[in-house]
Design a protein around this ligand. Structure first.
Ligand SMILES: [Zn+2]
Length: 292
C-alpha cells in the first residue's frame, strides 16, 4: 500500500491523464472514453513489450501480429478494454493498479511502463502497472467468445440488466443483497462503493436476504445501480480514496457520496449518523433510518 501511494504521488506530478488505483467499471469506462478519440482510425506502428510479466505473460508475437493494423473500435466488456483492429482484438485489463496514458511516443518511460502501443500519429498508448495484475491478451476471433469474456454476467448499464433480471436472480438466494449485487457471476462491475451507494438510493438494507426483495424493490435497486454507475462515469470515475484530479482537487464523485466512508457523519437525507459494518470482508455503510 505504501509503495502504491508513492507511485501515485510520483505519477500524478508527471502526467495529467492517469487513472486511480484499483480501477472499477466507471474508471475503465472513463479510460475507454479517454483513449477512444486518440486510437480509433489510427494504425499500430509497432507494439513494444518492455516487460512481459503481467498477470499472464504477454505474447512476444504481438508486434508481428498487429504492426500495420488499423484500430476500428475501442470497446469495453466488464472491466476489459477491447481494442479492435483489422488483425484481431487486444483484450486489456488494468488489474489492481494499471493505467493507460496517451503520450508522444518519444516521452521517456518511467518505472512500471510495461507496454507501448505506438500509433501512426506519433503518439503511444502506454500501459503502466506497478503491481502487474493487469493483462494484455489477443484474439483473432470474436472477443465475446474468449474464455475470459464468454461467461460474463450482464452489463449493469445495458438494457438487459433491469429490475426483472434482478428479481429473477434473487428469488432463491438467501445471500445478503449487497453481496449478491457484487457477485460478478450475476452482474459485472458493481464494486463496493457502488453497491453501498445504490442500496442507499434504493432505500434497501444491505443485509436483507436477496430473496426477500419485492419486485418493486428490485426495480428501484436496478435503477439505483444504473444511476450510481452512470454518475460515476459522467464525472470520470473519480471514486477512490487516493484519487486527486489533475487540478489537485479531490474527485467530484466523492463529494456526492451518500454513505460510503461516511460512518458517524450525518445522513444526507435524515441527518442520523451513517453506520458501518463488515460484510464479506468489505466495509458496508448504510443509514438505519432510511434503509428498510
Ligand atoms: Zn438517513
Amino acid at each position: 500500500m505504501h509503495d502504491q501511494r508513492r507511485w501515485l504521488h510520483r505519477i500524478r506530478r508527471k502526467d495529467t491523464f492517469i487513472r486511480p488505483v484499483v480501477p472499477e467499471l466507471p474508471e475503465v469506462e472513463t479510460t475507454r472514453r479517454g483513449i477512444e478519440p486518440h486510437v480509433v482510425g489510427r494504425r499500430i506502428a509497432r507494439l513494444l513489450v518492455h516487460d512481459h510479466r503481467l498477470r499472464w505473460p504477454v505474447d512476444p508475437e504481438l508486434d508481428a501480429l498487429l504492426a500495420g493494423s488499423a484500430i476500428r473500435r475501442a470497446g469495453r466488456r466488464a472491466k476489459y478494454l477491447l481494442i479492435e483492429t483489422e488483425a484481431g482484438t487486444l483484450i486489456l485489463h488494468l488489474g489492481m493498479s494499471g493505467s493507460l496514458r496517451v503520450l508522444p511516443a518519444s516521452t521517456p518511460r518511467i518505472a512500471h511502463d510495461h507496454v507501448d502501443i505506438e500509433l501512426d500519429s506519433g503518439q503511444t498508448l502506454r500501459f503502466n502497472d506497478p503491481r502487474r495484475f493487469g493483462s494484455l491478451l489477443f484474439t483473432s476471433t470474436d472477443p465475446a467468445l474468449h474464455p475470459l469474456l464468454k461467461k460474463l454476467a450482464p452489463e449493469p448499464l445495458e438494457p438487459e440488466f433491469d429490475g426483472d433480471y434482478l428479481f429473477r436472480i434473487t428469488r432463491r438466494r438467501a445471500v445478503a443483497i449487497k453481496q449478491l449485487i457484487m457477485n460478478s457471476q450475476l452482474v459485472v462491475g458493481v464494486g463496493n462503493i457502488y453497491a453501498s451507494e445504490a442500496l442507499f438510493r434504493a432505500r434497501i438494507r444491505p443485509r436483507r436476504a436477496a430473496r426477500s426483495l419485492k419486485r418493486e424493490e428490485c426495480m428501484k435497486l436496478a435503477r439505483a445501480i444504473k444511476a450510481t454507475l452512470a454518475m460515476a462515469v459522467k464525472v470520470g470515475g473519480t471514486t477512490l480514496r487516493d484519487y486527486v484530479g489533475a487540478d489537485g482537487n479531490p474527485g467530484y464523485f466523492r463529494q456526492k457520496l451518500y454513505v460510503y466512508e461516511r460512518a458517524g457523519q450525518p445522513c444526507r437525507v435524515c441527518a442520523k449518523p451513517v453506520r458501518q459494518f463488515t460484510q464479506g470482508q468489505r466495509s458496508t455503510y448504510w443509514c438505519a433510518n432510511c434503509q428498510k
